[in-house]
Write a protein that binds this ligand. Structure first.
Ligand code: G1P
Length: 297
């Protein structure tokens, strides 16, 4: 059975990005011409996902509004002779079913995923973090590759990783790499946000996962960890210690991960997406060139 269900946690408060996240979900921040979560939905759809369970929380209704079909707006564009803008709303017609669950208490990423259990029940599923884009303009097929490996290897889980500078391991789940195969590796363990000196590698979890539903049993048993939150990483680590087989794949250099959870990385993402924009990119690049020449000259 193909994996066609994804859980997309979008409940986090985005405190690292205050004040812009005070009344606006970080998943709705613009990167180029679209909000982050739209790239995530588009990426998932082209990887074969057909149902998306968005786990929301307080202040996140803008996400639900964004994915609704806005008949009033469509009619207004037609009446005002602005039909040419209708293609900007084409994403409303993606082959996706949207299911919204609510995390009623902010107890961490692991707990947010557990909130989706009543919908997922027993089937394997993808987890895609709603604040990360993979590849410029989200053309990545990494999730399709991961679900294929997951099925072919009959694994319990597959996780995407990206190499990060040693100083950044403190922000991510970090792989303890076991046996290495051609295009994947066995995960010996996973550590959430280790210190630079304790990190078992520089391979950081890159916001995309595939799991068997058994993950929920481990999430249920996971107590508060780093930051006093129920961590997905801790549940995976417990599962591996219990004999679970979790595999790691590395993102290709051509599809970097854009983390929209902190300002330096958000600025880089916006810049790169603006510079690559098919409609406005050329003008932006020429502006950026003259701006930098002037600033340096
Ligand atoms: C979460 C996970 C972490 C992962 C990161 C990026 O951290 O807990 O393991 O590496 O997402 O995908 P957060 O960004 O929520 O602090």
């Amino acid at each position: 059975m193909p994996v066609d269900l994804a859980v997309v946690p979008v409940a986090g408060r985005g405190t690292r990005m205050l004040p812009i996240t005070k009344s606006q979900p970080k998943e709705m921040l613009a990167v180029g011409t679209k909000p982050v979560v739209q790239y995530v939905a588009e990426e998932l759809e082209q990887s074969g996902v057909r149902r998306m369970v968005l786990v929301t929380g307080p202040g996140k209704t803008a996400i639900e509004n964004h994915f609704d079909i806005d008949a009033g707006l469509i009619a207004a564009l037609r009446e005002n002779g602005q039909e040419s803008l209708l293609n900007k709303l084409a994403f409303e017609r993606m082959q996706l079913e949207y299911i919204y669950m609510r995390q009623r208490r902010q107890l961490g990423l692991g707990h947010a995923i557990l909130c989706a259990r009543p919908v997922v029940v027993e089937q394997p599923f993808v987890v895609a973090l709603g604040d990360s884009i993979i590849g410029v303009h989200a053309e990545s097929k990494i999730v399709a590759q991961m679900t294929e490996l997951f099925e072919q290897q009959e694994a319990d889980g597959v996780i995407a990783f990206e190499r990060v500078p040693r100083s950044e391991v403190v922000h991510y789940g970090i792989a303890d790499v076991g046996a290495e195969r051609d295009n994947y590796f066995e995960l010996a363990d996973l550590v959430e946000k280790p210190g630079v000196d304790e990190a078992p590698s520089d391979l950081a979890v890159a916001a995309r996962y595939v799991f068997k539903a058994e993950l929920f049993d481990y999430l249920e048993k996971t107590g508060a960890g780093k930051g006093n939150e129920i961590q997905l990483t801790d549940a995976i680590s417990m599962w591996i210690r219990d004999g679970g087989r979790v595999l790691g794949v590395q993102l290709d250099a051509s599809e970097p991960r854009f983390d929209i959870g902190n300002f330096p990385s958000y600025f880089r993402a916006f810049f790169e997406f603006a510079a690559c924009d098919p409609e406005h990119g050329e003008e932006f690049r020429s502006f950026a060139r003259s701006y930098l020449d002037e600033a340096e000259g």
